[in-house]
Write a protein that binds this ligand. Structure first.
Ligand SMILES: NC(=O)c1ccc[n+]([C@@H]2O[C@H](COP(=O)([O-])OP(=O)(O)OC[C@H]3O[C@@H](n4cnc5c(N)ncnc54)[C@H](OP(=O)(O)O)[C@@H]3O)[C@@H](O)[C@H]2O)c1
Length: 519
């Protein structure tokens, strides 16, 4: 035998299991069609991100961006609109030299989504501008930066004009909301599936583009010291908080229809929950990771009405003071209904009914106009089996691992150590890893959209939601939405802006002998 057993196994594993994708993957020449290329999302996020990628030379020399919207404007007028947007929203400022190059790649189609001639025009422009890759394929990305009611007509038009499959290698990026309940999500997925294969569809959730969110997987599965403890034997409970200081920011029309569960819980919070709770995937490939996430959604204990009444809390913000500024109540925001019952706060207790997590509560809470802007996952470990130090401090704080995602990205381990001195005092300390400080100056931190757009260009679906995942997430929250819509809400508003939410949420967790990590 030429090598020992371990060498032989590792040689065979290399590539199959442990191959990490290289930092830079060659991106083929592409054309991106932005439906709604003049809208808010395009101006604030997409176009600045594409400009930034161009500035950093992360785009190929050959690329074309076509904005598609109803207002009449020439290519030149569209370039002016984009220039203004970049000046207003580009986080890295505006550079004339880069703009000169970037603007040459910008084009515009004016036309209604229901107008077949606009799509014929699109087809001709794709013929003209899309450059074949070395392999001869022509890569087209459709970005749906439009309100959801336009999706069916756009997909139908693309399909009728044979622009979904065939002569172009196409991908489709869709923004949330992916439906407003399970039934509509199934219907949307059915519609998409008529025109595109699942491997062409990229359902974007910008939360998954954040470094710390991706790092949850790296942290868990690259460090052997935590994974053995990552289960019901050692973990007492887990908390996930997504707190915003903002109100609804002129989005009343959307928010009145959505509410906090559709806006945040069904997508961002479920994604975070699944990354923390999932089993190790057998490989770092998109579908292996997404398989494990879907298994988590499917094992979350379903909630009947009694459960929902006891273990979820809804709220709506009243007037208050946030970050030193007076703010109005939700009902006084522009375009909300004066007696609106739309919830802006959610707290709830979830259980994952599998071998690893049986009996471990996951407390989730999120809300608008809360005390601080923070997104955080805290893993609370069980107390040691014997209270050897009960005389040295009043309360023993358990070990807590805190993964902070916003407003800064940090991992912090809370430990108990001996306080220096002749006594035997136990003292809580934190071991911190901070992304900004620890990698400062050495790395560029990609913005969430930057990372996700590049992934789509490379054809990597890992950070995008799959059809079955979306439907499973709705299945978890549908009963909560329904119960809340069918029962009398508590007296609203139920919390003052600038606080940590309704007292009922504190009471819910206190009934289990626990408290919120952030308060
Ligand atoms: N805004 C954000 O920061 C944000 C963040 C996350 C997700 N999203 C999601 O992104 C999507 C787009 O939101 P948005 O805020 O960007 O919307 P928006 O500002 O209302 O923009 C809509 C775009 O669609 C075009 N349009 C509307 N009706 C059309 C029609 N009949 N034919 C052709 N073009 C038409 C508009 O152009 P004209 O004005 O020329 O008609 C505009 O370019 C939504 O699904 C939203 O939930 C938005």
């Amino acid at each position: 035998m030429s090598g020992n057993t371990l060498d032989i196994i590792n040689k065979n594993r290399a590539g199959k299991f442990y191959e990490v994708q290289p930092e830079r993957v060659n991106i083929e020449p592409f054309t991106m069609v932005i439906f709604g290329g003049s809208g808010d999302l395009s101006k604030r996020k997409l176009l600045p991100t594409l400009y930034h990628l161009c500035h950093d030379q992360n785009l190929p020399d050959e690329f074309t961006i076509i904005g598609f919207a109803s207002s009449k404007r020439s290519h030149e007028e569209y370039r002016e609109l984009v220039k203004t947007a970049l000046k207003n929203f580009s986080e890295d400022g505006f550079d004339e030299g880069c703009w000169e190059n970037f603007s040459k790649h910008l084009f515009y189609i004016s036309g209604g989504f229901d107008d077949v001639n606009s799509f014929k025009n699109l087809s001709q422009m794709l013929e003209k501008y899309s450059k074949p890759s070395e392999k001869g394929s022509r890569e087209i990305i459709y970005y749906m930066a439009v309100p959801p009611q336009f999706l069916p007509v756009i997909i139908q038009q693309l399909s009728n004009c044979r622009l979904c499959k065939g002569m172009f290698n196409t991908r489709l990026i869709i923004e949330k909301p992916f439906g407003r309940d399970r039934a509509s999500a199934v219907e949307l997925n059915r519609l998409l599936a008529q025109a595109f294969d699942e491997n062409q569809i990229y359902r974007i959730d910008h939360y998954l583009g954040k470094e710390t969110v991706q790092n949850i997987i790296f942290f868990r599965f690259a460090n052997s010291m935590f994974e053995p403890l990552w289960n019901r034997r050692y973990i007492d409970h887990i908390q996930i908080t997504v707190a915003e200081t903002l109100g609804i920011e002129n989005r009343a029309k959307f928010y009145e229809q959505a509410g906090v569960v559709r806006d945040i819980v069904q997508n961002h919070m479920m994604q975070l929950l699944s990354l923390v709770a999932m089993e190790p995937p057998i490989s770092f490939e998109a579908d292996y990771i997404r398989n494990e996430k879907v298994k988590v959604y499917k094992t979350i204990l379903s909630m009947d009405e009694e459960y929902i009444d006891n273990f979820t809390v809804r709220g709506q913000y009243g007037a208050g003071t946030v970050n030193g500024k007076k703010t109005v109540s939700y009902r006084d925001e522009k375009d909300t209904l004066p007696a609106s019952n739309t919830p802006t706060y959610f707290a709830g207790k979830f259980y994952i009914d599998n071998w690893r997590w049986a009996g471990v509560p996951f407390y989730l809470r999120t809300g608008k106009r809360l005390h601080s802007r923070i997104t955080e996952i805290s893993i609370h470990f069980k107390q040691p089996p014997l209270s050897l130090f009960r005389y040295s401090c009043e309360v023993l704080t358990p070990n807590i691992l805190v993964l902070t995602i916003q407003p800064y990205e940090e991992i912090s381990l809370h430990l108990g150590v001996k306080h220096p001195g002749i006594g035997n005092q136990l003292y809580p300390v934190h071991m911190n890893f901070n992304y900004e400080k620890d990698f400062h100056g050495n790395f560029h931190f990609p913005l969430p959209y930057e990372r996700l757009l590049l992934d789509c260009m490379k054809g990597d679906q890992t950070l995008f939601a799959r059809q079955d995942g979306i439907e499973a997430m709705w299945e978890i929250v549908d009963p909560i939405i329904k119960r809340w819509e069918n029962t009398r809400p508590p007296d609203l508003p139920s919390y003052t802006a600038g606080t940590w939410g309704p007292k009922e949420a504190d009471e819910m967790i206190a009934r289990d002998g626990r408290k919120w990590q952030i308060q």
